[in-house]
Each structure stands twice: as structure tokens, then as C-alpha cells.
Write a new protein. Structure first.
Length: 122
């Protein structure tokens, strides 16, 4: 019986994984639908808006619909979406739906939650 021999796996850096994932996502052409729920224009809200806009520009150019919902102005939308903390980013499409709470400053974690890259520490 032949032995099951595996070829050694090459370790890659996070930046290499990001690059490879970005290229495969770019080829797929999927349109992302994101909603960012914020509480007024606090510093944390402003940082979250800036961070997600940069991620959309860098990783999803022309393939991202981003809606920003101020839960002070639209509390019923937050209630319907079951938002209990802000800022909260909701990836509505492509499925599966994902939520991420915080200022979105940890780019690798955000990319992982958006399924733009697979990180082993996820």
C-alpha cells in the first residue's frame, strides 16, 4: 500500500495572503453590501467611517455599496437590525452575513470578517 505523502506547506506572510486573497476576490467581481451603524459623529464613529472607507477603496474599488446609519437619527433601523453596540459593521452580501463591532482599525481582522482574506488566527 502506498504511503500518503504530503508535500511540505510553504509558510506565507500576512501581506502575501492579503495579496493572494485580494487578487482572487478581484477576479470574482462580487459586489459587497455593507452597513455601518454609528452613534452620532463621535471620534470613534469618525475613525470607523474613515477605516471602512479606506478598506473599501483599497480592497473593493467600485465593488462596494456602503451605507452609514446614525442610530440616533434612525433608531428603528438599529432595532430592526438588532444592533446593540456601535460602531457596528454589517456585511449583508455576499453571504454569510457578518458583524464586526469597533472602530475597524485592525485591518486584517476586518478583511477576515469580510471574507476577503483567510487568517489562521481568526
Amino acid at each position: 500500500m502506498p504511503e500518503n505523502k504530503r508535500s511540505p506547506q510553504k509558510e506565507i506572510t500576512i501581506s502575501e495572503a492579503l495579496e493572494a486573497s485580494f487578487k482572487s476576490t478581484e477576479r470574482s467581481g462580487e459586489k459587497y453590501i455593507l452597513k455601518l451603524y454609528i452613534c452620532g459623529m463621535t471620534l470613534r464613529s469618525k475613525i470607523a467611517i474613515e477605516n471602512i472607507r479606506k478598506i473599501c477603496a483599497d480592497y473593493l474599488p467600485d465593488r462596494c455599496d456602503l451605507e452609514i446609519v446614525d442610530i440616533f437619527k434612525h433608531p428603528s433601523q438599529a432595532k430592526n437590525a438588532q444592533i446593540i453596540a456601535a460602531p457596528t459593521l454589517v456585511k449583508q452580501f455576499p453571504l454569510p452575513m457578518q458583524r464586526m463591532v469597533g472602530d475597524l482599525s485592525r485591518t486584517e481582522k476586518v478583511l477576515s470578517a469580510l471574507d476577503l482574506v483567510s487568517i489562521s488566527s481568526r
